[in-house]
Ligand binder design. Structure first.
Ligand SMILES: [Zn+2]
Length: 407
């Protein structure tokens, strides 16, 4: 079969000698000679064909050899077919599904570990152990054993599949990032009326949409660049930087307190929740300065070494909460975030039609990766690939329903 294969057998220290601009896609290649993935020797597994697959920031990080070295403990596969944001088609029945890429004990054929028993399969304690799947990673798309979204075939367990009916492809492909965003939004138990989401990429915009859906009256500010930043339900959009503190003080009637030696002021009477979807020192720093005492900083998606002054965490008794993947949620009566997200995506009033900005066929994967890596500079939010060009995309729903055009 044909797929984009990432070969991680090249030692990292050799890659780091190559300039970053030439590294993008350096280990990746389009191959026509790969074996169709085999079904694991256990009930419930199916061979499926990806209709549309998203490019995630984590895929770009793999292509750039910029993944966390600590997390290599959980992503030990040498050969990867990337792509874990996937709409798939059952080749026999023609049914369409969104695929939940998390592979926990139940899929690997193990007795449930403590995380799985307690309802948190997204932090399963056996992510590095392949079991019957042969997969050496927490999810589909980081190990070639089960195929991945950027290939003609992928293998998945029935329990991973959420029917999407005739939901348009450009919406259904958002099921995985939308469930990540919902999982992040649900980490906050509402304590107040004001939230800030930093980073208007796919996850950030979907986090705004999730917070808006969960809390219709919440005041939401989105911070960062991008033409679509006001489109998924934020009350206002601001460029990133220390001036955000002053701007929010004026909007909400807060007070600006200036440290003697550092540049970013502290917002007194600040916001209740900051969701950081970027994970860089500057955004984490801004988030800490915007939170009121006892507020919560939720970190979504990013990982790696950060140089940040964390003193406000102690001084203002902040909670810092990391999140990863998605799964069953007590707040949803035990349903999974993906089941909920798939339902939202089928509702034209859930304002995410504009998020898929680019679609490429598989042979154009290099251009697709470059576009995804360029982000707002290329007018890109979610860039997608069509691994099977003969599978028609499902159109429908019109853009709108959000608050596009807000400042
Ligand atoms: Zn487990």
């Amino acid at each position: 079969m044909r797929a984009v294969l990432a070969d991680l057998s090249v030692p990292r220290y050799l890659l780091s000698a190559v300039p970053a601009t030439r590294r993008l896609g350096g280990m990746l290649s389009l191959r026509d000679d790969l074996a169709v993935p085999e079904l694991p020797d256990a009930p419930g597994w199916m061979l499926l064909r990806p209709e549309l697959a998203g490019i995630c920031g984590s895929d770009v990080a793999v292509a750039r050899a910029k993944s966390s070295t600590v997390l290599s403990a959980f992503y030990s596969a040498r050969r990867q077919i990337l792509g874990h944001e996937i709409v798939v088609v059952d080749d026999h029945g023609g049914d369409r599904f969104a695929l939940d890429p998390v592979l926990s004990c139940v899929h690997r054929g193990f007795e449930p570990c403590r995380s799985c028993r307690e309802g948190h399969p997204y932090v399963c304690e056996r992510f590095d152990q392949p079991g019957v799947t042969g997969c050496r990673s927490p999810t589909q798309g980081f190990d070639a054993a089960l195929g991945g979204g950027w290939g003609e075939f992928v293998v998945a367990h029935r329990s991973q599949l959420h029917p999407v009916g005739s939901t348009p492809s450009r919406r259904a492909v958002l099921a995985e990032p939308a469930s990540i965003a919902l999982h992040a939004a649900l980490r906050w138990r509402r304590t107040g009326d004001r939230a800030v989401v930093i980073g208007p990429g796919t996850i950030g915009l979907l986090t705004v949409a999730a917070l808006r859906r969960l809390h219709p009256d919440l005041d939401i500010t989105v911070v960062g660049p991008g033409a679509l930043r006001g489109s998924t339900g934020a009350d206002r959009a601001l460029d990133s930087g220390p001036h955000v503190v002053q701007a929010l003080a004026e909007v909400h009637g807060g007070r600006v307190v200036r440290p003697r030696l550092t540049r970013t002021p502290i917002l007194e009477r600040g916001v209740d929740l900051v969701v950081d979807c970027v994970g860089r020192p500057g955004t984490i720093d801004l988030g800490l300065h915007l939170l009121r005492p006892n507020g919560m900083l939720v970190l979504v998606g990013g990982a790696g070494r950060q140089k940040v002054d964390w003193s406000l965490v102690w001084n203002r008794q902040l909670t810092v909460q990391g999140t990863v993947n998605s799964g069953p949620e007590p707040a949803l009566g035990g349903r999974t975030t993906m089941a909920e997200a798939v339902q939202w995506l089928a509702d034209p009033a859930y304002p995410v039609d504009g998020l898929v900005t680019h679609t490429f066929v598989l042979p154009e994967w290099r251009e697709a990766l470059d576009t995804a890596a360029a982000g707002p500079r290329a007018g890109a939010v979610k860039v997608t690939l069509r691994p099977n060009a003969d599978l028609p995309l499902v159109a429908g729903f019109t853009a709108g329903g959000g608050r596009a055009g807000l400042a």
